[in-house]
Design a protein around this ligand. Structure first.
Ligand code: VY7
Length: 160
């Protein structure tokens, strides 16, 4: 089993604002869908709530939702009450898709991290975790790409 983390962050490290993504970056959503299709995705209950209802559960993926609430349930969601429980119930590739507290807990189990970096800064209330220096870039830093939104982004791969 491999465990990866995937997020998108602004230049100032922001990943979210009031339960939503602060930007509109269609190329990142496409990247996210391509990367996670056919895998198991693990997310916190807040991230589940943030998904538009029509893509909840995320289609074509096993959706595991972490919550401490023993009574929480939702159609299409597999519930786990700890990260260890979530990971032990998964086989094949696992992608941890947020939010900040789940990333922080999952980093020690991860073998790769895929970060979409935006060149622009955004206001927000949730920040990406720090990657300590045992994380290495898997390849040369790619060039900045121009999004159809006018924002600039690049996708950086790290391995542990
Ligand atoms: C975004 C959405 C938000 C608003 C509208 C549609 C990286 C992302 C995440 C998590 C983006 C989202 C969506 C996007 C996914 C689609 C369905 C529609 C799909 C992450 N780099 N980017 N994220 N959807 N963890 N890492 O959740 O979601 O995949 O089918």
């Amino acid at each position: 089993m491999s465990v990866g983390l995937v997020w998108a962050q602004a230049a100032n490290g922001v990943i979210g604002r009031q339960g939503t993504l602060p930007w509109h970056l269609p190329e990142d959503l496409k990247h996210f869908r391509n990367l996670t299709s056919g895998t198991t995705v693990v997310m916190g209950r807040g991230t589940w709530d943030s998904l538009p209802e029509k893509v909840r559960p995320l289609p074509g993926r096993r959706n595991i939702v972490l919550t401490k609430n023993a009574r929480w349930a939702a159609p299409g969601a597999n519930v786990a009450h700890s990260l260890a429980e979530a990971l032990s119930s998964a086989d094949g590739d696992v992608w941890v898709i947020g939010g900040a507290s789940v990333y922080a807990a999952a980093l020690e189990f991860a073998d790769h991290v895929v970060v979409t970096e935006l060149q622009e800064s955004f206001d927000g209330d949730v920040h990406a975790p720090e990657l300590d220096d045992h994380w290495r870039q898997a390849e040369l830093t790619p060039e900045w790409q121009l999004s159809s939104s006018g924002l600039h982004y690049r996708i950086v791969n790290y391995v542990s």
